[in-house]
Design a binder for this molecule. Sequence first.
Ligand SMILES: NC(=O)C1=CN([C@@H]2O[C@H](COP(=O)(O)OP(=O)(O)OC[C@H]3O[C@@H](n4cnc5c(N)ncnc54)[C@H](O)[C@@H]3O)[C@@H](O)[C@H]2O)C=CC1
Ligand SMILES: O=C([O-])CC(=O)C(=O)O
Length: 313
Amino acid sequence: MKNRVGIIGVGNVGATLAFNLASKNICNEIVLKDLRENIVEAMALDISQAANAAKSKTIVKFAHNAEEFCDCNVIVITAGIPRKPGMSRDDLLLTNAKIMTSVMNDITKYNPNAIYIIVSNPLDAMVYTALKAANLDKNKVLGMAGILDSARMSHFIQEKLGYAEGEIEASVMGGHGDDMVPLANYSTVSGKPLDKVLNNDEIEEIITKTRHGGAQIVKLLETGSAYYAPAYSTSLMVEAILNDNKKVYPCAVMLEGEYGYENIVAGVPVRLGKNGVEEVIELKLDEKQNAEFAKSIASVKELVNTLEEKFFA
Ligand SMILES: NC(=O)C1=CN([C@@H]2O[C@H](COP(=O)(O)OP(=O)(O)OC[C@H]3O[C@@H](n4cnc5c(N)ncnc54)[C@H](O)[C@@H]3O)[C@@H](O)[C@H]2O)C=CC1
Ligand SMILES: O=C([O-])CC(=O)C(=O)O
């Protein structure tokens, strides 16, 4: 059977992801879809030519309509607007909920077996929206943010230490907002616990930088938000699902009792495979982390309440 990855929204994140997947040679086909027909055609040509340069066997196509965007194993949705300096991700809520709903309504019927990876922001609320729009099983719809936030934490640890590049395991859970929950005690440097190599103040500084890592890039870019690290992080999820490799990554999923929460989406470690979310891993959190996770969940809940009142009602 052919492995086919669909990407809908081929702007900064979507195009970078397509380039990354095509040059890695991990799927037979990538199909791109965007409102901007000329851009998507140009990206399909350019990325297909890159794949040929890389001697990759991946074919890159674009879809003129929803019917052609079909039979995908994995679909990544980045359609939506990014924030600009001075905005929070939450400011994108109603605009992107409208886009997410119309995208899901358009494409789900042509993709009965797909696993959906949501990237559009505000991430957790968009996973909730996608699930609600499509009425799919919760294991089939998940969001990318935790791998990115963990990579940022790892970057800031490396920056602080001045060494250990490639040897840092960092772990972040919770919603993809300013109150995400970086987990210092589940983070290591060359196998050593983080608190053995950095003191409390240094760890707090890294946690603060991680929480504001997205905004830092938005402020510098001026026109939009980060895309290389988001795209690479998404490619790891696509690869885990296509290869059924059962890797554990932090992803945004609908909680149904895990960590004591119901009917709310947040980032938690999950095992990924061909069925999407195959297991939610319940880490043991200390009192402070439990309180921080509760605060992060409350922020997502506030967005979901706004959606229920102003969008779904
Ligand atoms: N979850 C995460 O960690 C991250 C999330 N994001 C989010 O991802 C989204 C995309 O970001 P960028 O790629 O930088 O934005 P972008 O503006 O470069 O690309 C968005 C693309 O979506 C397309 N689009 C809009 N409505 C559409 C529709 N109905 N159907 C098909 N295509 C449609 C636009 O034409 C555009 O090409 C934003 O909401 C951003 O906040 C970005 C980075 C990280
Ligand atoms: O900051 C943003 O708006 C985009 C994003 O989610 C990130 O880079 O973490």
